[in-house]
Design a binder for this molecule. Structure first.
Ligand code: ATP
Length: 290
């Protein structure tokens, strides 16, 4: 079974600043740290670290070779990542001493994907999954192409945009949202979350845990978060998504997949960073056993 992931790849540049810059202000940063990020890359790393066979579909620019190498080091299949002329996506993240942040996101190569990159989905079939988020182009085309072959789609409706998420619902089998996004979507559609028109929904609720809804059966499973001391919650949702879909693709029932994903996300929040801070499966299994 393979998880294909049409997803963004970013360089996350973290600048420690004395305060968040105001209009017209020039501000010297105290430190700079750069890491692998982007919702797509994070989710690919999480699924691969969970033990799934993962093929990332994406693009980087001439400055993105290191990101592809990093993905490959984590076990992600990188043959479908195009090297193009547009610069690699990146995020400029200013963090003040209180931990408050301000982010500029440049999509770059992530929104310059071409249909020929999707031909890999023509060889996919039942049992395989396609993961998608809101940081690339071609989401609907990829989902249609995958589903035509019996592939299930798992769509994270983030960064949240109600029109974009609504447009993806007819192409989605598993919808992944955080609690704020779920509330906004349900309100916009005049529905309760459990009645959203997809067959499975996962809602993550930060330190309050997560829930799974099987909309056909009316079944709901809720689990608490694993108690940890949080250091950095960035990427917790992506870690959860990657582990959740990997668990389902490995045949886990929703409750077991939720527990696996919850443990992985809890370990992540005890560490600073995004993709590079996602734990490996053996760490997660040990954590769960403890
Ligand atoms: P982010 O955008 O920061 O990646 P998100 O808003 O998409 O996160 P959350 O619902 O905040 O997603 O978190 C995802 C999952 O991570 C939660 O369901 C939970 O399992 C785990 N998690 C997040 N925060 C904590 C915490 N403080 N303690 C334990 N687990 C946590």
């Amino acid at each position: 079974m393979t998880i294909y992931n049409l997803g963004s790849i970013n360089a996350d540049h973290f600048y420690a600043v004395p305060h968040l810059p105001g209009a017209g202000e020039t501000l010297a940063a105290m430190t700079l740290a750069t890491g692998l990020g982007g919702k797509g890359a994070n989710q690919s790393v999480a699924a691969a670290r969970a033990g799934a066979d993962v093929v990332h579909i994406g693009a980087v620019g001439p400055d993105g070779g290191w990101a592809v190498d990093r993905l490959a080091q984590y076990g992600v299949g990188t043959e479908r990542i195009a090297r193009i002329g547009t610069p690699t996506g990146h995020a400029i993240i200013c963090v003040d001493p209180a931990g408050e942040n301000q982010i500029i996101l440049y999509p770059g190569a992530n929104c310059a994907l071409t249909s020929d990159q999707l031909t890999v989905l023509d060889a996919a079939g039942p049992g395989d999954w396609l993961m998608l988020q809101n940081e690339t182009n071609l989401q609907q085309e990829a989902a249609e192409r995958a589903r035509a072959n019996g592939v299930k789609t798992a769509y994270s409706g983030a960064p949240f945009d109600v029109a974009a998420v609504q447009a993806m619902l007819p192409h989605t089998d598993l919808l992944l949202l955080n609690a704020v996004e779920a509330r906004q979507l349900a309100q916009a559609l005049g529905l309760v979350v459990g009645d959203l028109p997809v067959s499975q929904i996962v809602v993550t609720k930060g330190a309050d845990g997560a829930e799974w809804h099987g909309t056909g059966s009316g079944e709901t499973v809720s689990i608490p978060a694993c108690p940890v001391v949080p250091v950095d919650t960035t990427g917790a949702g992506d870690t959860f998504a990657g582990y959740m879909v990997a668990g389902l693709s490995q045949g886990l029932v929703p409750e077991a997949a939720l527990r696996l994903a919850s443990a992985a996300a809890a370990i992540k929040v005890t560490r600073a960073g995004t993709a590079d801070a996602i734990p490996a499966r053996d760490e997660v299994d040990t954590f769960l056993a403890g």
